[in-house]
Design a protein around this ligand. Structure first.
Ligand code: SAM
Length: 296
């Protein structure tokens, strides 16, 4: 898979991909990342990439011409030239369309479709992703209309530029590519993992969670020492009963998801036992809250 990043700050990415599994994935040529300096595609003495907004108002806007030239240098034409006819609002369909040989041009924007693990899985099936990083007040809208398959936001907040967002997207997608994580870990068994992976064991023979994470958050992890800061590792993790460990982990996944991200439960793959556990947690929480209120 190849990522091309169009940016006014190519040095921003110095070092970002030189650590851990990302460095290994690049060294093993499972993925390539190239940055492209937008200022290289200007023709004036000041290498101008921005201009004042039509209609007035705060800040500056990235001009369309340098971005169009940068994309042309990457062999990327307009959507019309690329034969893209899908409506721009259906990001999911667009991202899936055209597999296996495929290129997608993405505009990083706070106004975009929100990035999540399932979109990362879709992008991991694409051969080449071109990421256009905005700055200032953003990018001239015609770049989006003419060239970008969809706009992508990494969350409901405003960054000062698309570079951090591009790095987040690349990091997340790259670790889903075959062979990048190796055998020791699988993205199926992490937070937001796919549903209903078969029960498999890890290297120590310990069964993984009851299903793939199934859209739930991950369970808590512990390592040595067995006691730290007055807190002991839960006994169940040290008694060697793999069935109990598996059930405990599932219970913890449900508890953490209910506490931190109850919205995920609506879409999660839950069985009868899961639902009973959630009900029990909810009753327990109500009881504790009522006791707290009485104590006040
Ligand atoms: N005027 C824009 C708005 O209100 O939506 C904000 C522009 S922001 C200061 C500059 C650039 O940062 C954007 O063009 C975009 O590329 C990037 N950016 C900001 N927030 C982002 C987010 N949540 N996800 C992805 N990119 C973001």
């Amino acid at each position: 898979m190849r990522f091309d990043i169009v940016t006014i700050f190519p040095r921003f990415f110095d070092g970002i991909f030189e650590h851990g599994i990302l460095r290994r994935a690049i060294a093993e040529e499972r993925v390539a990342v190239a940055t492209h300096d937008l200022r290289e595609f200007t023709h004036d003495r000041h290498r101008t990439v921005d201009d004042r907004p039509f209609g007035g108002g705060e800040g500056m806007v990235l001009k369309p011409e340098p971005i169009a030239e940068a994309l042309a240098a990457l062999g990327i034409g307009t959507k019309a030239e690329r034969g893209s006819s899908l409506p721009t609002h259906d990001a999911e369909e667009r991202a899936m369309d055209g597999a296996p040989a495929s290129t997608r041009v993405i505009l990083l924007s706070a106004q975009g479709r929100r990035f999540d693990q399932s979109l990362a899985r879709e992008l991991a099936r694409i051969d080449r992703v071109v990421l256009v990083c905005g700055r200032y007040e953003g990018v001239d809208e015609r770049v989006n209309q003419l060239y970008c398959d969809f706009e992508l936001s990494i969350g409901d907040y405003v960054l000062s530029g698309g570079e951090l967002a591009a790095a987040v997207v690349i990091d997340t997608v790259m670790r889903l590519l075959p062979g990048v994580l190796g055998n020791e870990a699988s993205s199926e068994f992490e937070s937001f993992g796919t549903a209903d992976a078969d029960i498999t064991t890890d290297q120590e023979g310990v069964p993984r969670s009851q299903h793939g994470a199934g859209g739930l958050l991950d369970y808590p992890h512990y390592t040595r020492p067995a006691e730290f800061g007055g807190l002991r590792v839960p006994d169940v993790l040290m008694n060697g009963d793999h069935q109990q460990i598996r059930l405990w982990r599932r219970e913890q996944q449900l508890r953490k998801t209910l506490t931190n991200r109850p919205d995920l439960l609506a879409e999660a793959e839950l069985d009868k036992n899961d639902r009973k556990l959630i009900e029990a947690f909810e009753i327990e929480t109500t009881r504790i809250e009522a006791a707290d209120a009485e104590g006040r």
